[in-house]
Design a protein around this ligand. Structure first.
Ligand code: GLN
Length: 196
């Protein structure tokens, strides 16, 4: 299984390392033509306004909406979660606007700009160490969105069918289980798509 990492800005090499650790093949995606060669894509952390602008410049908005329409999985981490969301608090416009969630940017306040904690994530045995950096949180979820993890009453991971989102950076620890979870999602959709 080949997983792309959108390589316009942000933590790309770290995600590729984790995809490989979880048993997949990771590629940096810089051009829309590459989307035809991958089975799923990760939109990494970074700065969502910058990533959104670069996505518009390089025609990734429509191309990734089409990728999603084909049922191919997308995983947004931190800024990538903001890029996936249908609603961004205080902003008129979304970026991809695919996932039925409302997110708040930089939601943990100044003192907690960056911190680590252990999270209980639905579908993963035993806690996962999570690194939060100027992280967004999910304020509201629509029907069909499953909450996967909470941190102090706040939603920090969720899934809607083939869309996965996490407020934290799963690529910044040595624990590849969040990437393995995404690879399982990709495997499921490939099986559904193939003739029996
Ligand atoms: N605060 C950033 C934003 O709003 C996201 C931070 C991150 O990806 N680590 O885009």
């Amino acid at each position: 299984m080949t997983i792309g990492v959108l390589a316009l800005q942000g933590a790309v090499a770290e995600h590729i390392r984790m995809i490989e650790k979880a048993g997949g093949t990771g590629v940096a995606v810089k051009r829309t033509e590459q989307l035809a060669e991958i089975d799923g894509i990760i939109i990494p952390g970074g700065e969502s306004t910058t990533i959104g602008k670069l996505m518009r410049t390089y025609q990734f908005i429509d191309a990734l909406r089409e990728f999603s329409r084909q049922g191919k999985p997308l995983f947004g981490t931190c800024a990538g979660l903001i890029v996936l969301a249908k609603h961004i608090a205080g902003q008129e416009e979304a970026h991809l606007g695919l996932m039925d969630i409302q997110v708040a940017r930089n939601a943990f306040g100044r003192q907690r700009e960056s911190f680590e904690t252990d999270l209980d994530i639905k579908g993963i045995d035993h806690d996962v160490r999570a690194v939060f950096i100027r992280a967004p949180l999910i304020e509201q979820v629509g029907e069909g969105v499953e909450v996967l993890a909470m941190y102090r009453d706040q939603i920090v991971a969720a899934r809607q069918g083939h869309l996965l989102a996490a407020s934290f950076h799963p690529e910044l620890t040595d624990d590849e289980r969040m990437h393995a979870y995404f690879l399982d999602m990709v495997r499921e959709t490939k099986q559904e798509g193939s003739p029996c």
